[in-house]
Design a protein around this ligand. Structure first.
Ligand SMILES: Cc1cc2nc3c(=O)[nH]c(=O)nc-3n(C[C@H](O)[C@H](O)[C@H](O)COP(=O)(O)OP(=O)(O)OC[C@H]3O[C@@H](n4cnc5c(N)ncnc54)[C@H](O)[C@@H]3O)c2cc1C
Length: 443
């Protein structure tokens, strides 16, 4: 691109999708401005620091060995040497008792299931692995499929609590195509000959990638405006434009790298917004996530991931980052995360941080009777709106297009990722794809 004809692109949203798209566009010579509402970059994968400066994620994050888009980006940014893969270990709580749940053998010896149900669960696992395509599974819910193949008892005991934890009251709407893909991604990311999967974590946390991206973006001349809320996306003389503090700024292209509902709101008065597209944006149901991070002066568990198979559990997951990466890699701390996904009207979101801490630490004491709340040194609660979307029957046909009906305005967010689960890896992939589309259209 000739310097005198540098195209200007505004990117709204500084998560991994927006940052990757900005990086690709800036490398191609565009003049890019990022508008981010939060006080920091990284979106759902953004970090924070403990009192002594140790960097952590606000929400627990790891990579699979097959997350090649993130691995490639890390190489390009020169931070791949900070990414290490560690053997993971999973425990499953059922009625207060912890069972090993890392290997196929663990599943086959999972005591709460009868011998027959365990055998059937093993066969269901094999059946899932031999199914090579997710397409035939888009019209059936995960729960229906699991009841059919794994039997109602096992579906209720193993799968239902996990679906409820991840999708709250929408748990029985989720398509089997989504679950099939999750299981396949995990299976294919396993290293041959190893029983447990390996999970990737950056020395210095995911902030290492975000910070390096930010450095590169600034070097390429990208303008980054955090704590900036735009009031509208509009058009001026046929050009896409944003409205900020009452002033209109015109660009050659605008990328909305933010939740679909936010685009619907920002562009509600745009003359080219169509009813079907606006409806599509608003029809995506999002869940919020609540995550508590805390440190202790002694270990609580030697497992990384603890899933809870009791339907009335106070949270979905408890995990110990130090059990995965070792305390030495996280400032010598024992670091724990408790997390849950809830619908936007959940009473949990109305609780204060102290109420959430009380509720969850009390719940944790029941799971680990030796654990005392006095062990807790530092604790933080983060609430995330638009953290996960519901992937129901026939979801593919409901995905809003990247090229919106508004001339020069594009949308890229994790609702367009299907059948894979959302994640930083696909955010990087899609950030690149949308950047290529913008460059193509501008040319
Ligand atoms: C609890 C939890 C655990 C997760 N675990 C993992 C994991 O282990 N591995 C993994 O790879 N992924 C994980 N993810 C998913 C991962 O974080 C996301 O898929 C990814 O970060 C999405 O990036 P994004 O840029 O598409 O969206 P987001 O990160 O949501 O970024 C959107 C950005 O838009 C900004 N924004 C919103 N509205 C406006 C506005 N009006 N104006 C300006 N800016 C605005 C937001 O502040 C945000 O920064 C997890 C997510 C959660 C919630």
């Amino acid at each position: 691109m000739n310097k005198t004809t540098r195209h200007s692109v505004a990117i709204i949203g500084g998560g991994f999708t927006g940052l990757t798209a900005a990086y690709e566009l800036a490398k191609a010579g565009c003049h890019v401005t990022i508008y981010e509402a939060g006080n920091t970059l990284g979106g759902l994968a953004a970090g924070f620091q403990l009192a002594d400066g140790t960097p952590l994620e606000r929400a627990y994050h790891f990579l699979y060995t097959t997350d090649n888009y993130m691995i490639e980006l890390s190489q390009e940014l020169g931070v791949a040497d900070k990414l290490h893969f560690y053997p993971s270990s999973i425990g499953a709580f059922y009625r207060g008792k912890l069972y090993p749940f890392t290997t196929a053998k663990d599943l086959l010896s999972f005591g709460p299931l009868s011998l027959l149900d365990r055998f059937r669960t093993g066969l269901t696992g094999l059946r899932l692995l031999t199914l090579k395509r997710w397409q035939p599974l888009t019209q059936i819910t995960a729960y229906q499929w699991l009841c059919r193949w794994n039997g109602r008892r096992a579906a209720d005991l193993i799968w239902k609590p996990l679906l409820v934890g991840k999708f709250d009251k929408y748990w029985d709407q989720v398509t089997m195509a989504w679950l099939w893909t999750r299981i396949h991604v995990r299976q294919t990311s396993k290293i041959k000959g190893e029983q447990s999967e390996r999970l990737g974590y950056y020395e210095g946390g995911f902030q290492v990638v975000v910070r390096q991206l930010e450095t590169e973006l600034r070097r390429l001349g990208v303008t980054i405006q955090t704590q900036t809320q735009l009031s509208a996306i509009t058009e001026t003389n046929g050009h896409p434009a944003v409205v900020l503090g009452g002033k209109t700024k015109v660009y050659d292209a605008i990328l909305a790298a933010l939740p679909s509902g936010v685009l619907a709101r920002l562009a509600s008065n745009h003359p080219a917004m169509t009813t079907p597209y606006s409806r599509q944006l608003q029809d995506i149901t999002y869940l919020s996530a609540v995550v508590m991070v805390f440190t202790t002066d002694q270990p609580i568990t030697d497992r990384y991931w603890h899933q809870i198979h009791d339907i009335d559990a106070p949270f979905l997951v408890f995990l110990s980052l130090d059990a995965l990466v070792g305390p030495a890699n996280i400032g010598g701390h024992y670091v724990y995360y408790i997390g849950d996904y809830v619908s936007a009207d959940s009473p949990l979101l109305k609780l204060t941080e102290d109420q959430i801490k009380d509720k969850w630490l009390t719940g944790l004491s029941k799971l680990f009777p030796k654990f005392s709340t006095e062990w807790v040194k530092e604790s933080y609660v983060f609430k995330f709106a638009n953290a996960q979307h519901i992937v129901g029957i026939d979801y593919e046909s409901k995905i809003p297009a990247r090229r919106t009906p508004l001339p020069g305005v594009y949308l890229s967010n994790f609702c367009q990722i299907f059948p894979e689960d959302r994640g930083t890896n696909y955010a990087v992939r899609d950030g690149r794809v949308v950047a290529a589309e913008i460059l193509h259209d501008l040319a």
